[in-house]
Design a protein around this ligand. Structure first.
Ligand code: ADP
Length: 522
C-alpha cells in the first residue's frame, strides 16, 4: 500500500499539471472562439488556437494532439462561417488559412518534438541500463578492476614524443625520475571489491598515490608507459605490487586503452594475483631440478651396474686365459704355441672390454656411433668362439641353424654382439644350474620379408613365472650373484637400432629369446 502511494503521488503530480494545462487550454479555446466569432477585431485571432495546442502538448498523446488540432481547425472554420456566412471576404479567408496553417505546423512540431523526447527517454533508459550492467560487472567481478585516469600521463608522454624522444626505455635511463613522475600523473577513479581485497586500502580513489603499491623493482610499469607512448591499444604484463599490509604479490596486469583519446580518463585496469601460481611453479621447478639430479645419480648408478655387468664376461675370460697362459708357460718345456694362443685370446677379450667402455661412452655423450653391415652367421660363430671356455666347461653344445643366404643387418657390432653374448650366457647359466638335462643351445637365424630374427632357444628349465612379467626391468634377477641388468640393456640396445627383443617359454621346454632386426634394403 505504502509503495503504491509513493508511485501514485508522483503520477498524480504529473496528471495534475497535465489536467490543469488541458483545462486552461479549453478555457483559452473558448475565449479564442468567442473573440474570433463575436467581436469585430479584424486580425488572425484563430492563430491563438496554437496556444491551446501548446498548453495541452504535455498532457495529450500524439492522437490527442491530432484530434485537438482537428477540433481547433473546425472551431476556426465554424467561427468564420458564423461571422461571415456565405459572403466572400478575402482578407478574413486569408487570415483563416494562415491560422489553420499555423495550427497544422504547430501540431506537426509538437508531434515531432514528442517523438524526439520519447526517443531520448528510451536512449537514456538504455544508457542507464548499460551503465548499471557495467557497474554490476565492475563491482562483482572476481578480477581486481580499477578505473584510472591516464589522460595526464598520456599527454606527458606525447609531449616527450613531440620534443623528439623516440626510445622511451632509453630516455628513462637518462631521466630516472620519469617513472615516479608518471606514477603521480595517474589517478584512480574507482576500484572494485576484488581490487580492495588484493591491495587493501591502497589504490582506491583519493587514497594516496599509486606509488605506494608499485614495488621498486617492478619493471612492468615502464613497459606500460612504452605501450601508451607507442599508441598501442593493449598492455599485458607481470608486475610486482606491495599490498597495504606490506605483502609483496606477483600480478598479471592487463589494460585495454581506448581508440578515442578523450576517454583516457576512464581506463579499466585488471589485475590477477598469480603469487600462488608463481610459488607453485617455483616449487615445481625446484622439484624438477632435484628430480633431474636424482635421475643423474640413478643413471650413473645404472651405468656402473651396466658396465660392471658387461665387463664381467670379457674380464672373466681374460683372467681364465691368463691362468691358462701361466699353466702353459710353467710347463717344462713351456708350450710356447699354446702360450701364444692364450695371449691372443687375452688381447681379443681386452679389446672387447675396451670396445664396451668406448661404446658406453658414446652412448652417454650421444655421439653418432658407426653402424656397419654385419653378417649374423659370422656374429654367431664369433660369439661361440668367445664363449667357448664356458660352453666346454659345462658341456653345452651350441648349434647354429641358418640358411646360407642371410642378408647382412646394419648395427653397431659391439652392441649386437653384447646382446647375443648376454642371451647365450644366460642360457649357459640356466643350463649349468640344472644338471642332468641334455645341455643344448640352438641359435636359429630366420629371414623374413622385412626383418631378420635370431632365436636363442635353450634346453634349460625355462623362465621362472615370477620374473616373467618384469623380465626386462633393471635389477630383476633370480640369481644369487646376479645384477639383473643384462636383459634390460639388451632390450634397450635392440630398440635403439629399431629392433625388438622378446622372451617366452618354448612349448617344447626351455626359454626362447627372439632378437628381431630390421633388414638392410639393397
Ligand atoms: P642376471 O643374469 O644378472 O640375473 P638378466 O637381466 O640377464 O640378469 O636376467 C634376468 C633374469 O631372467 C634372470 O635372473 C633369470 O631369472 C631370467 N632368465 C634370463 N635368461 C634366462 C634363460 N635362458 N632361462 C631362464 N631364465 C632366464
Amino acid at each position: 500500500m505504502k509503495r503504491l502511494a509513493v508511485i501514485d503521488w508522483n503520477g498524480w503530480r504529473a496528471w495534475r499539471s497535465g489536467a490543469i494545462g488541458t483545462a486552461l487550454a479549453f478555457v483559452l479555446a473558448g475565449a479564442v472562439f468567442y473573440v474570433d466569432t463575436f467581436t469585430d477585431i479584424h486580425s488572425a485571432i484563430a492563430v491563438f488556437y496554437v496556444m491551446v495546442l501548446l498548453l495541452s502538448a504535455e498532457a495529450l498523446t500524439e492522437r490527442g494532439i491530432q484530434l485537438l488540432t482537428a477540433f481547433c481547425t473546425l472551431l476556426a472554420i465554424f467561427s468564420y462561417g458564423l461571422s461571415h456566412g456565405l459572403d466572400p471576404d478575402l482578407p478574413a479567408a486569408l487570415r483563416l488559412v494562415v491560422s489553420i496553417a499555423a495550427l497544422l505546423t504547430t501540431c506537426a512540431l509538437i508531434i515531432r518534438n514528442d517523438r524526439a523526447r520519447l526517443a531520448l527517454l528510451h536512449f537514456n533508459a538504455a544508457l542507464q541500463r548499460s551503465e548499471m550492467r557495467y557497474r554490476t560487472i565492475f563491482e562483482q567481478s572476481r578480477v581486481a578492476l580499477w578505473e584510472r585516469d591516464y589522460s595526464a600521463v598520456r599527454s606527458h608522454l606525447i609531449s616527450l614524443k613531440e620534443s623528439g624522444v623516440t626510445d622511451l626505455k632509453q630516455y628513462a635511463k637518462q631521466d630516472p625520475e620519469l617513472i615516479a613522475r608518471c606514477i603521480e600523473l595517474i589517478s584512480t577513479v574507482a576500484a572494485n571489491a576484488a581490487a580492495l581485497e588484493l591491495l587493501g586500502d591502497v589504490g582506491t580513489p583519493n587514497v594516496g598515490s599509486m606509488r605506494r603499491y608499485i614495488a621498486p623493482d617492478d619493471e612492468s610499469f615502464l613497459d606500460l608507459l612504452v605501450v601508451i607512448f607507442n599508441g598501442e591499444n593493449h598492455f599485458e604484463g607481470r608486475g610486482t605490487i606491495i599490498a597495504a599490509d606490506g605483502k609483496t604479490k606477483q600480478v598479471l596486469v592487463t589494460i585495454g586503452f581506448p581508440d578515442d583519446i578523450s576517454t583516457f580518463d576512464r581506463v579499466i585496469v585488471g589485475m590477477i594475483d598469480i603469487t600462488e601460481r608463481e610459488l607453485t611453479q617455483k616449487a615445481l621447478l625446484e622439484a624438477q631440478s632435484e628430480l633431474a639430479l636424482a635421475l643423474r645419480v640413478a643413471t650413473v648408478g645404472a651405468l656402473s651396474a651396466s658396465l660392471a655387468h658387461e665387463l664381467n664376461q670379457p674380464l672373466g675370460a681374460v683372467v681364465v686365459n691368463a691362468q691358462t697362459l701361466l699353466r702353459w708357460l710353467r710347463r717344462d718345456p713351456p708350450d710356447l704355441e699354446a702360450v701364444g694362443r692364450s695371449a691372443e685370446r687375452i688381447i681379443r677379450d681386452s679389446q672387447r672390454a675396451s670396445d664396451i667402455i668406448q661404446n658406453t661412452r658414446s652412448v652417454i655423450s650421444q655421439e653418432t656411433r658407426t653402424l656397419e653391415e654385419i653378417s649374423l652367421i659370422s656374429l654367431v660363430h664369433e660369439t661361440r668362439a668367445l664363449l667357448e671356455h664356458d660352453l666346454t666347461k659345462h658341456g653345452i653344445a651350441l648349434e647354429l641353424q641358418a640358411e646360407m643366404m642371410i642378408k647382412p643387418v646394419r648395427a653397431v657390432k659391439i652392441e649386437l654382439q653384447q646382446v647375443l653374448i648376454n642371451l647365450v650366457t644366460n642360457a649357459i647359466q640356466s643350463l649349468a644350474g640344472t644338471p642332468g638335462t641334455i645341455a643344448r643351445i640352438t641359435v636359429s637365424i630366420i629371414d623374413d620379408a622385412d626383418v631378420v630374427s635370431l632365436h636363442i632357444h635353450d634346453s634349460g628349465p625355462g623362465i621362472a613365472p615370477d620374473v616373467m612379467d618384469r623380465l626386462f626391468r633393471p635389477f630383476q634377477t633370480t640369481k644369487a650373484t646376479g645384477l639383473g641388468m643384462g636383459l634390460s640393456i639388451c632390450r634397450a640396445s635392440m630398440e635403439a637400432i629399431g629392433g625388438k627383443l622378446t622372451a617366452a617359454n618354448h612349448p617344447q621346454g626351455g626359454a626362447i629369446f627372439i632378437m628381431t632386426l630390421p633388414k638392410v634394403a639393397r
